[in-house]
Design a protein around this ligand. Structure first.
Ligand code: PBG
Length: 332
């Protein structure tokens, strides 16, 4: 037996990282990531009628709103410092090709006009997809139960053009059809809307976390799923390829969706391309926090801010979140 093992570990105290964690002031001084309501886009679900404000069962605090109520909500969001709203529409009537998506009198187009008139400094972004407008709930035109890419892209371009004509600042295609960004850019430019920006849902995964949204937007597919167009959750290199394509076709902002399960993808997209990058903290991510908070299992305000901070830290410039107003108030 040797006694060499008696050598004791010597603490090296030249470095004491705890010095910079001692007070709120010093933590604020060295904080790397800032969260601001200016980073947020706030999703709103627009229904027909007047005086409508119906809470979504699986998303406490989220409402389906008629245009007049959407104005009330948007004014409050603007007063809290939020940059913009992202609009989804729930038309009363649907058909198999999603015609209501480009009806100038449909909920989204009406809401855009009303918001630009009554809350002019608030950015208005519109979701462009057919799933809320088709009777079968799929994101496009079906031929033999499969989504026909190119015919769908034409419908999407018409929808985007109608949103721009209503006054949308940014259109946001969420359908994941091939080539739609280029076609939408062409339609916007041809229609005299060269200044309407495109925020592409570039890397949108086929996710279980969209479940509550499909209640909110009444857009669940009547059969099958969205695996033929939304991305496989296992793929990250493919996300970079999707972003490359959308940027080549003219996207101004690219989005990764959902957010928390894909922080690595957000980080890689921001690092690789350095373009304005959005992340969508989706309905299921919101619902999980709400459910745990309702059970008293987590501290909701802290979990909310920690979650949103992590999305910013990963590299997102823009966060789309149902927590936008609550977070803005917590940050005030
Ligand atoms: C429309 C669309 C969806 C979401 C945003 N746009 C649903 C889907 O792809 O099924 C999901 C948003 C959320 O879950 O909060 N295609």
């Amino acid at each position: 037996m040797t006694t060499a093992h008696a050598t004791r570990f010597q603490l090296d105290l030249r470095h004491r990282p705890r010095r910079l964690r001692r007070s709120p002031a010093i933590r604020a001084l060295v904080r790397e990531t800032r969260l601001s309501p200016e980073n947020f886009l706030y999703p709103l679900f627009i229904v027909e009628g007047e005086g409508q404000r119906r809470e979504v069962a699986s998303m406490p605090g989220v409402y389906q709103l008629s245009v007049d109520e959407a104005i009330v909500e948007a004014r409050a969001a603007k007063a809290e410092g939020i940059s913009g709203v992202l609009l989804f529409g729930l038309p009363d009537s649907k058909d198999d090709v999603g015609s209501a998506a480009f009806d100038p009198e449909a909920p989204v187009q009406s809401a855009v006009r009303a918001l630009k008139r009554d809350v002019p400094d608030l950015l208005v972004v519109t979701d462009v997809c057919l799933c809320e407008y088709t009777s079968h709930g799929h994101c496009g035109i079906l031929v033999d139960d499969e989504i026909e890419n190119d015919a769908t892209v034409e419908q999407l371009a018409r929808a985007a053009l109608s949103h721009a004509a209503a006054g949308a600042d940014i259109v946001a295609p969420s359908d994941m059809m091939d080539g739609r960004i280029g076609r939408i850019r062409e339609a916007l430019d041809g229609g005299g809307f060269a200044n309407t920006a495109i925020m592409s849902y570039a890397a949108k995964y086929c996710s279980a976390f969209y479940g509550p949204f499909r209640d909110a937007a009444d857009s669940a597919p009547a059969f099958g799923d969205r695996r033929s167009h939304q991305m496989d959750p296992a793929n990250a290199a493919e996300a970079l390829r999707e972003v490359t394509l959308d940027l080549d076709e003219g996207a101004d902002i690219v989005m990764v969706k959902p957010a928390l399960p894909y922080l690595d993808v957000i980080a890689r997209v921001k690092e690789e391309f350095g373009v304005p990058t959005a992340a969508y903290h989706v309905s299921g991510e919101y619902a999980m926090l709400k459910a745990a908070a309702a059970k008293g299992w987590i501290d909701e305000p802290r979990a909310m801010l920690e979650t949103l901070t992590s999305i910013r830290r990963a590299g997102a410039d823009i966060i789309i979140t149902y927590y936008a107003r609550a977070a803005a108030r917590a940050l005030a």
